[in-house]
Write a protein that binds this ligand. Structure first.
Ligand code: SAH
Length: 212
């Protein structure tokens, strides 16, 4: 997701109490930010935050962190938080490549990846958030029994992601090429912004769940 540069977005992100500055300084100490010992789950590439806000509102005893690299996009999430604040949700504005410097071993309980950028050129495969390179990064901070959930409507990216699973040190727990017609996997599904958009155009949604 790329939005036009929005005037004031950088300042708003910099000054927001919901956005944690210098996130590498909190490595191993994220529970102090939330002031409790509840599990922490993250969405990488959260866009405007619709999915995570709904999840956080439904699960007050779980902490959530949304990661988004563009301030112009994160700004939209901050605006929503101003009107409906959630104490179990924070944001950080970084490129996901640096997450091993942000989270300590076993610090994160679950990772959500929703409608990640496809990077269609082969030479950009390493930039895909489900590539083996990224899976190995997640391995450094995801709890041993933690899971990763990935949704997309892009079948090419989904097939690539399925193939990467073993190379990243994970195994497939469940998958579908048509989430909205899969009764068990769709139970309790929260639609992301892109999911609403692409499924309304008739695109089936793919989902996989992986663990170690
Ligand atoms: N998850 C949302 C948005 C999907 S668009 C939804 O499903 O509606 C993908 C988002 O991921 C974009 O906002 C993009 O800026 C962000 N993103 C892509 N690569 C990223 C990276 N390496 N680090 C952080 N954010 C990233």
């Amino acid at each position: 997701m790329r939005l036009r540069n929005i005037k004031g977005a950088d300042d708003a992100v910099q000054n927001s109490e919901y956005c944690i500055k210098n996130p590498t300084e909190w490595k191993g100490k994220w529970n102090e930010i939330f002031e409790n010992q509840n599990p922490i789950r993250i969405e990488i590439g959260m866009g405007k935050g619709q999915f995570l806000m709904q999840l956080a509102a439904q699960n007050p005893t779980i902490n959530y962190i949304g990661i988004e690299r563009y301030t112009s996009v994160l700004y939209r999430a901050l605006q929503k938080m101003e009107s409906e604040p959630l104490s179990n949700l924070k944001f950080i504005c970084v490129n996901a490549e640096i997450l091993p410097d942000v989270f300590e071993k076993n610090e994160i309980d679950r990772i959500y990846l929703n409608f990640s950028d496809p990077w269609p050129k082969d030479r950009h495969a390493k930039r895909r958030l489900t590539s083996r390179e990224f899976l190995k990064r997640y391995d450094t901070f995801l709890k041993q029994d933690g899971i990763i959930e990935f949704k997309t409507d892009n079948v090419g990216l989904f097939d690539f992601s399925l193939e990467e699973v073993p190379y990243g040190g994970f195994k497939l727990l469940a998958s579908t090429y048509d989430l909205h017609h899969d009764v068990s996997l769709n139970e309790g599904n929260i639609m992301t912004e892109y999911e609403e958009k692409f499924s309304s155009l008739g695109n089936p949604i793919c989902k996989m769940i992986i663990s170690r």
